[in-house]
Design a protein around this ligand. Structure first.
Ligand code: SF4
Ligand code: SF4
Length: 187
């Protein structure tokens, strides 16, 4: 009899504990049993999500010149890019003679190693905080230039990211990047 009461009390206490805010973060929804909310999974500042391209707010173009260094060093060969003559260079607004024309990363094949970021001489690519991009299609995460730039801008805005090694142009301190519009691209 006493053991039965102890068991009931234990079960009751366990149920009450389940109503409190849990210590662990339930994915994808968080909160107590009484109120679950869909909130983005929090990540630390140093978290390395999917790679993304950065935006030079001052000139109004990507930092990427499509030099192919990251592509040659990517261990999974999941990146492709093409370059073009930079129209802003012809107008005297940018010192980048070449600029990225198309860029694609197959994020399904990316192993988040960060080598592309390490080898880039232009601060043109970062490991963003983006990590929730699962799809039901085999090639559903082949991400093009506009989407990569949108993810990059979101990362720049969120973290206050600034280029550290860019020597492409003589310029004063770079301007902070404005927040990308809501729903501008999947990310
Ligand atoms: S991201 Fe950097 S290394 Fe890769 S193509 Fe662009 S400029 Fe070159
Ligand atoms: S993080 Fe690694 S695998 Fe992913 S694109 Fe960069 S170099 Fe390739």
């Amino acid at each position: 009899m006493l053991n039965s009461i102890k068991g009931l009390a234990l079960t009751f206490m366990s149920t009450l504990r389940g109503l409190r805010k849990p210590v662990t973060h339930q994915y994808p929804n968080s909160g107590s049993l009484l109120g679950k909310r869909a909130v983005p999974t929090p990540v630390q500042d140093r978290f390395m999500g999917f790679p993304a391209l950065t935006w030079d707010q001052e000139v109004g173009e990507p930092f990427c010149t499509s030099c192919m260094v990251c592509i040659r060093n990517c261990p999974t060969q999941c990146m492709t890019a093409t370059m073009k003559d930079n129209p802003l260079n012809a107008e005297g607004k940018s010192s980048r003679r070449k600029i990225v024309d198309q860029f694609e990363i197959n994020l399904n094949r990316c192993i988040l190693c960060g080598i592309c970021v390490e080898v880039c001489n232009f601060d043109a690519i970062v490991m963003s905080h983006e990590h929730e991009m699962s799809t039901y299609q085999r090639n559903g995460d082949r991400v093009d230039l506009p989407a990569l730039l949108t993810i990059g801008k979101r990362y720049q805005y969120k973290t206050g990211w600034q280029p550290v090694a860019t020597k492409v142009k003589k310029a004063p301190a770079p301007q902070p990047v404005a927040a990308p519009a809501e729903g501008e691209a999947k990310g």
